[in-house]
Write a protein that binds this ligand. Structure first.
Ligand SMILES: [Zn+2]
Length: 179
């Protein structure tokens, strides 16, 4: 007699949506100046450059630096956009911000304005801005956004900022939020 032993069907191999790491989480100091708490993630592609810059800054600035904004969800970008009239700094249209792509972060205290409204770098800014620049992060002072630093998503495999924003937001929702 042959006894048929029912075979368990082989489990379907599900591709892990988190296998390809898009964002890297850092332990950053929140400048806690009335802004919502930061979401301390950057694109994995720039994580090493970011870490190298932070280590150099921590050696040069006693106590290190704080952050007001790092990664932004689409919802948070929409809030900022809706309130942009009250923001002294430029706000990108939701879906296009480099913050939504994990390619930007904001550090307060980089510059003040003189009587004519021109940006003047503070001593902290004169230390921090060149270090970030050496590691691939451009200062936003060039386009009147003094707390802002950014890297270029097109140099890290993305067609544009919108594509990076979609990838980073998808990854954040699936693989980071609530974990
Ligand atoms: Zn910014």
């Amino acid at each position: 007699m042959i006894i048929e032993i029912p075979q368990e069907p082989a489990p379907q191999q599900q591709p892990d949506p988190c296998a390809n790491q898009v964002l890297t989480r850092f332990n950053l100091t929140d400048s806690s100046d009335g802004h919502p708490p930061i979401t301390p993630c950057v694109q994995n592609a720039i994580a090493q450059d970011f870490l190298d810059a932070l280590l150099e800054i921590n050696g040069a600035v006693p106590g290190g630096i704080g952050f007001t904004e790092v990664f932004r969800t689409r919802a948070h970008q929409q809030e900022l956009w809706d309130n942009r009239a009250n923001n002294p700094n430029p706000v990108a249209r939701p879906g296009t911000s480099r913050h939504e792509g994990g390619f930007a972060f904001d550090v307060p205290g980089m510059a003040t304005r003189d009587r004519r409204g021109q940006l003047v770098q503070t001593p902290l800014g004169r230390t921090v801005i060149p270090i970030f620049a050496n590691h691939g992060f451009a200062w936003g002072g060039a386009f009147n956004d003094p707390p802002h630093f950014q890297a270029d998503p097109t140099q890290h495999g993305y067609a544009n900022s919108a594509a990076a924003a979609t990838a980073a937001n998808d990854y954040y929702e699936r693989c980071i939020r609530g974990r």
